[in-house]
Design a protein around this ligand. Structure first.
Ligand code: IMP
Ligand code: MG
Length: 176
């Protein structure tokens, strides 16, 4: 890990992440006060953010997880999103908040949003820890953003390079 770690330049420290997530949690909990909320996490990258954000929201909620794979062009020219793991609960009539680690081109989230919208939730909002707006190809409304970052490849706090570095407690810029 040491050689690889030297290629990671810290961007958001544990303390900075924790401070912003506390703010986000309080704001979101206030917005959903008294509502029947289900918080949906997109695996795998979301796991640390999801755990910290939901624990910063002092309210009742259901939680559920989903894992999707999207094909950006390539063999699937339709760009369909494939559900690898679906939610274990219905969202119809509930207020649904989707939690994502990072919005890059927006393609994945746009499709997930359409897919969940078809299930007729009472409302559907999105929160992302990180946003890279300069990379957007598909417009998708993002309701809550932790941090807006430049077009750099980041790892840590759930984000991976080739499946690695998700367990780093901070977010750093990765230079291969
Ligand atoms: P997109 O918005 O459809 O392009 O895809 C977003 C997904 O791409 C995220 O959920 C991540 O899995 C991955 N991704 C995008 N940018 C980064 C990054 O800088 N580091 C790690 N994963 C990234
Ligand atoms: Mg992801």
């Amino acid at each position: 890990m040491t050689a690889a770690r030297s290629r990671i330049q810290p961007l958001l420290t544990e303390a900075v992440l924790a401070g912003r997530i506390r703010e986000l949690g309080a704001q979101i909990a206030a917005d959903y006060d008294g509502k029947d909320l289900i918080v949906v996490g997109l695996l795998n990258g979301v796991y640390p953010f999801f755990a910290d954000l939901t624990r910063a929201m002092p309210m009742e909620m259901d939680v559920s997880f989903m894992q999707v794979a999207s094909y950006h062009g390539g063999t699937h020219s339709t760009g369909e999103v494939k559900i690898i793991k679906d939610l274990d609960k219905a969202i119809q009539g509930k207020h649904c908040l989707v939690v994502e680690d990072i919005v890059d081109t927006g393609t994945t989230l746009h499709k997930v949003r359409n897919l969940l919208q078809d299930r007729e939730p009472a409302s559907l909002k999105i929160v992302t820890l990180l946003d890279k707006p300069s990379r957007r190809k598909t417009e998708v409304p993002v309701d809550y953003i932790g941090f807006t970052i430049e077009d750099k490849f980041v790892v840590g706090y759930g984000l991976d390079f080739d499946g690695k570095f998700r367990n780093l407690p901070f977010v750093g810029v990765y230079t291969p």
